[in-house]
Each structure stands twice: as structure tokens, then as C-alpha cells.
Design a binder for this molecule. Structure first.
Ligand SMILES: Nc1nc2c([nH]c(=O)n2[C@H]2C[C@H](O)[C@@H](COP(=O)(O)OP(=O)(O)OP(=O)(O)O)O2)c(=O)[nH]1
Length: 151
């Protein structure tokens, strides 16, 4: 069987890094979702703030840069949220994402570029926004984690 772009191995996809920004990295009860304002086909859908890692940049450095640029914040990172695809999360035909829990250390998150709204979501309301398709199983995993930890 021939394999098209939809069958790219995780290692051959472009790496995206993102943050699950929470109130408390060791006992999270809510997380910060961001609504995309561009490109047009993704506008209005919600995601974890972050972006593509640049050449020559480590994933963690790329994540700090993206959060500074997109939300104007400095964060302290917690644990990574490992996924089922070689430890990461396939999110589109061409992208694989790694995510870390994070807490705002400096600044106040604002939708500076790429987003037009930010919203804190409680553990029992994580699906109160329309997530990007690739994020749904990540949010399902987080719903279990946050509920269990806040129970
Ligand atoms: N940041 C982010 N991107 C996601 C998520 N879920 C998901 O499918 N994506 C997709 C959307 C895009 O196709 C791709 C990430 O691209 P991006 O536009 O955020 O990357 P970037 O900030 O580096 O932007 P650019 O310089 O390439 O314009 O991954 C998510 O939760 N966060």
C-alpha cells in the first residue's frame, strides 16, 4: 500500500510545541485556551498556545519564544504531557505536537498575535469551546487528569 502525506511517521512531521497553561502545575484545576484569529480556515477554533520550532532551536526554547510573542508572558514549565505517537501527539497530516504544563511566571496573558480571545476553562467545562480537531483527544486526556487531580 502506498502511503500519502496523511501517513507521515511522527518523526517526519513538523514539530509544534505548545503549553497547557494551568493555575497550578502540580494540581491543575483549570487551563487557558486560545482562539485562533488566523489563518482563515482555523480562525474561531481553540487551541493550546504555541507554534512551530525554528531550526536550531530546542523545543523548550521554541515554546518560551512562542509564549512571549503570542501572549506576552514568561512561564515556568512543569511536566510534559506525553502522547501516544512516539511520545507526542499527531495533530494534523503534517504536524506533531509536544505539550508541557506551564504556569504564568511573569506578565498577564493577552491575545497579542494569532489569537483574538483567551479563556480559562474549568476541569468540568473543557469542551465549552470548539477545539481544533487534532486537539480533541488531548483535551479528553486532560479532562481525565484534571478531574482526577481536583477530585
Ligand atoms: N499552536 C498550536 N497549533 C496547533 C494546535 N493544534 C493544531 O492542530 N495545531 C496546528 C495548527 C497549525 O497548522 C500548526 C501550528 O502552526 P502555528 O501557526 O501555530 O505555528 P507558528 O506560530 O509557528 O506560525 P507560523 O510562523 O508558521 O505562521 O499546528 C494547538 O493546540 N496549538
Amino acid at each position: 500500500m502506498t502511503q500519502g502525506p496523511a501517513a507521515l511517521e511522527p518523526a517526519r512531521r513538523r514539530l509544534v510545541v505548545a503549553a497547557v497553561i494551568v493555575d497550578d502545575v502540580t494540581a491543575p484545576t483549570r487551563l487557558l485556551a486560545a482562539r485562533r484569529s488566523r489563518p482563515a480556515e482555523l480562525a474561531g477554533r481553540w487551541e493550546f498556545p504555541g507554534g512551530k520550532v525554528d531550526a536550531g532551536e530546542t523545543p523548550v526554547d521554541g515554546l518560551h519564544r512562542e509564549l512571549r510573542e503570542e501572549l506576552g508572558i514568561a512561564v515556568e514549565l512543569g511536566d510534559e504531557l506525553p502522547g501516544p505517537d512516539d511520545g507526542a501527539w499527531i495533530i494534523t497530516d503534517r504536524h506533531v505536537m509536544r505539550l508541557w504544563f506551564a504556569r504564568v511566571a511573569r506578565g498577564e496573558a493577552a491575545p497579542l498575535v494569532e489569537h483574538d480571545e483567551l479563556r480559562w476553562l474549568d476541569a468540568d467545562d473543557l469542551f465549552g469551546v470548539h477545539w481544533l480537531d487534532g486537539d480533541v483527544r488531548i483535551v479528553e486526556t486532560l479532562a481525565l487528569l484534571l478531574e482526577r487531580r481536583s477530585a
